[in-house]
Design a protein around this ligand. Sequence first.
Ligand code: GAR
Length: 185
Amino acid sequence: VKRKQRWAVFISGRGSNLQALLDLSGEVETVLVVSSRKQAPGLWRARRAGVPTTVLPKTIDWDDLDAQLRRHRVSAIVLAGFMKIVPESFIERWKGLIFNLHPSLLPLYPGMNSIECSYRDRAAMGVSFHHVVPEVDAGEILLQKQVFKRSEALELGLTLEEAEFFIHVTEHRVMREAIGYRAWI
Ligand code: GAR
């Protein structure tokens, strides 16, 4: 039996992947939402769901954030569109308990603009859920789903926006499966 996991979700924007977790209410406990941007629409999703939020200052005090996470008795962290680099010391403290969702078939297309770049290259496209390690988008892959085979998005005549839509839908599914139904921690 899985012990009760108390998740913190780190966001910077829309928060549609956060929403996928909030929709799992009952099975997954999201106890804190951390945003690097005050205007992130995802904050509104958290508030509507009654989940406490914290907005990070421009210069992030990682020790203070760590203290807040402990105060909320967070047991694991997932980065869901969090656009700040997490320092090595913080990752070390949360070793094995910090995860990331990324919109490509890692190790292909790490970093920014992964959907756009893989689309333009006519590469295979998909989603990865992985452990966070100090090197960006490089930790052990725990779950991966392919959405389009090589050239497929273009053969289907999909625009970038349409391809993106399918990637996001799959992300939400991967998020729910990874956190709701699997026991990584
Ligand atoms: C998602 O596509 C996520 O995979 C991506 O940002 C988007 C956030 O959407 N993350 C990265 O690119 C991290 N390198 P959301 O705010 O609607 O969940």
